[in-house]
Design a protein around this ligand. Structure first.
Ligand SMILES: [Zn+2]
Ligand SMILES: [Zn+2]
Length: 399
C-alpha cells in the first residue's frame, strides 16, 4: 500500500498528532509485519513512541490475525479504534478466502466471528455461502442458512438464490424445491437455477414444468431448456422450442444457436441447420466498441437519475470539464463491467482485476451500477477486494 492510499484508508480516524517522533519512519514500519508476533512488537513500538494506533493498516491487521489465536487481539484493537462495527474489516478477509484458494478458511473465520459476536451482515453471509459453493459444502450451507434467517436476512433474494444454487449443486433437490416454494419473491435467476439444476439431473420433464410456470422468461431460460432437450436426446422438442422463442421475439445467444445446430445435426435437418447458421451470422455476435459505449450511455442515464455526478477532480490532467468526464467514462473498470454485463449470463458475478487502486469515481459508479442491474460486481484492486451489490460496497467506502 502506498502512503497516499494509507492516508485515505484512515480518513475516518483523527490524523496522527504532528508531535509524534519519527512519524515518517513509522509510516513505513507500520506495514512491516507478517505475523501476529511482529504485529505485537510493532504495537509495543508505537506505544513507546506515543504514536496513535490509528496509523495501523487495519485490513492487514485482520488478515494477519484472522485464523490465529490472536483473533481476539485484533478484535480488541478494532473495538478500541472503531466506532462502527468491525464487520467490514473481517469481511475483507472473508472475501479474500472465499475468492481465493482457501475457501475453507472463510468458514473457519466466519465461526470465529460468531464466537466473538461480530455481527454478520449480508455481505458476510454471501461470502461464506460463496465458500460453501466452492467446497460443495451443503452441511455448512444449511447451518449458515439457519443463521442468516435468525439474523433477519431470510427474505434477502440474493442470499436465497445462493442457497438454492448450493442445494441444487449438491444434489439436494428436495431441499431446493422446498425452499423455492417457500420463497416470498423470486426473480428470473431463481427460476433459471431450478431449470438448470433439473436439466443437469436429467429431469427434463420437471425442468419443462418450471419453464412453463415461469412468469418472465429470458434468453437464458429458453437456452437452458433447448440445450436440455438436446442433451436428453429430444432434438425435435429442442427445435420446436426454438421456433417458439422466435415467435416471442426473444433474441437468441451463441449457446442457443450451438444447441439448435446440434439438434439439426441429430435430426439430419440440413436445410434447417443451414438457415439457423445464416440467422446466427445475420444476428452478428461480434461486439464492437461502439456497442459498449452505447450500453454505457444508457446506463449513465439511469446512474444520473440515482444521483451520479462524475468526480472530475480525480482527473489530474489539464483538460476541459466535458473532456474530463469522457475520460472518466473510459476508465477500464467501467468498460470491463459494461462488457461483462453485455456478455455474461444474468445472475453471474462479474469479476475484475485491477493493478492500481480503483479510483473514487469508479467506486461510486460501480456501487450505483450494481444496484441498477442487480448484479454482484467484484473488483480486486491493488489493496483489497470490493464487492459491489445492491448499490453498496462491502468495504463500506473504507479503503
Ligand atoms: Zn476510475
Ligand atoms: Zn469498496
Amino acid at each position: 500500500m502506498s502512503s497516499s492510499s494509507l492516508s485515505s484508508s484512515l480518513r475516518c480516524f483523527p490524523p496522527p498528532s504532528p508531535s509524534s517522533p519519527n512519524l515518517k519512519n513509522n509510516d513505513l514500519l507500520t506495514h512491516n509485519f507478517n505475523t501476529p508476533l511482529e504485529l505485537k512488537q510493532l504495537h509495543a513500538r508505537l506505544i513507546k513512541t506515543s504514536t496513535p494506533l490509528s496509523i495501523l493498516p487495519l485490513t492487514k491487521v485482520a488478515s494477519v490475525c484472522a485464523l490465529s489465536p490472536s483473533f481476539s487481539y485484533a478484535h480488541q484493537i478494532f473495538s478500541h479504534l472503531l466506532e462502527t462495527p468491525q464487520t467490514s474489516i473481517w469481511n475483507s478477509c472473508l472475501i479474500r478466502f472465499a475468492e481465493g484458494d482457501s475457501p475453507s478458511h472463510a468458514l473457519l473465520l466466519f465461526y470465529q466471528m460468531r464466537l466473538f459476536d461480530v455481527l454478520p451482515d449480508t455481505f458476510t453471509c454471501s461470502f461464506v455461502l460463496k465458500a460453501c459453493l466452492k467446497l460443495s459444502d451443503v452441511v455448512n450451507g444449511k447451518i449458515i442458512h439457519g443463521i442468516f434467517q435468525k439474523l433477519g436476512f431470510g427474505s434477502n433474494l440474493f442470499l436465497q438464490n445462493m442457497i438454492l444454487n448450493l442445494y441444487g449443486l449438491c444434489g439436494e433437490m428436495g431441499d431446493a424445491m422446498l425452499l423455492f416454494e417457500k420463497m416470498p419473491q423470486r426473480d428470473v435467476v431463481t427460476w433459471n437455477i431450478m431449470i438448470a439444476q433439473l436439466v443437469k439431473r436429467g429431469d427434463i420433464d420437471g425442468a419443462y414444468c418450471f419453464f412453463l410456470r415461469m412468469p418472465d422468461k429470458n434468453v437464458r431460460s429458453w437456452t437452458s431448456m433447448i440445450s436440455g432437450f438436446v442433451q436428453c436426446g429430444k432434438p425435435k422438442e429442442a427445435i420446436d422450442l426454438f421456433m417458439k422463442l422466435q415467435d416471442e421475439a426473444v433474441r437468441p445467444n451463441e449457446v442457443t444457436f450451438v444447441s439448435v445446430l446440434a439438434a439439426c445435426a441429430d435430426l439430419g435437418e440440413l436445410d434447417l441447420g443451414r438457415s439457423v447458421h445464416e440467422y446466427s451470422t445475420r444476428s452478428g455476435f461480434k461486439r464492437n466498441a461502439e456497442e459498449i459505449y452505447q450500453f454505457w450511455d444508457k446506463l449513465l442515464v439511469k446512474m444520473k437519475h440515482r444521483g451520479y455526478a462524475p468526480k472530475t477532480s480525480v482527473v489530474l490532467l489539464d483538460m476541459e470539464e466535458k473532456e474530463k468526464e469522457t475520460f472518466l467514462y473510459r476508465h477500464s473498470e467501467k468498460l470491463a463491467v459494461v462488457f461483462g454485463l453485455m456478455t455474461m449470463p444474468e445472475g453471474t458475478t462479474i469479476r475484475i482485476m485491477k493493478n492500481l487502486r480503483v479510483c473514487e469515481d469508479c467506486h461510486a459508479a460501480l456501487k450505483l451500477i450494481s444496484g441498477i442491474v442487480n448484479r454482484e460486481i467484484i473488483v480486486r484492486d491493488r489493496n483489497r477486494f470490493h464487492c459491489f451489490r445492491g448499490g453498496q460496497c462491502s468495504c463500506r467506502d473504507f479503503w
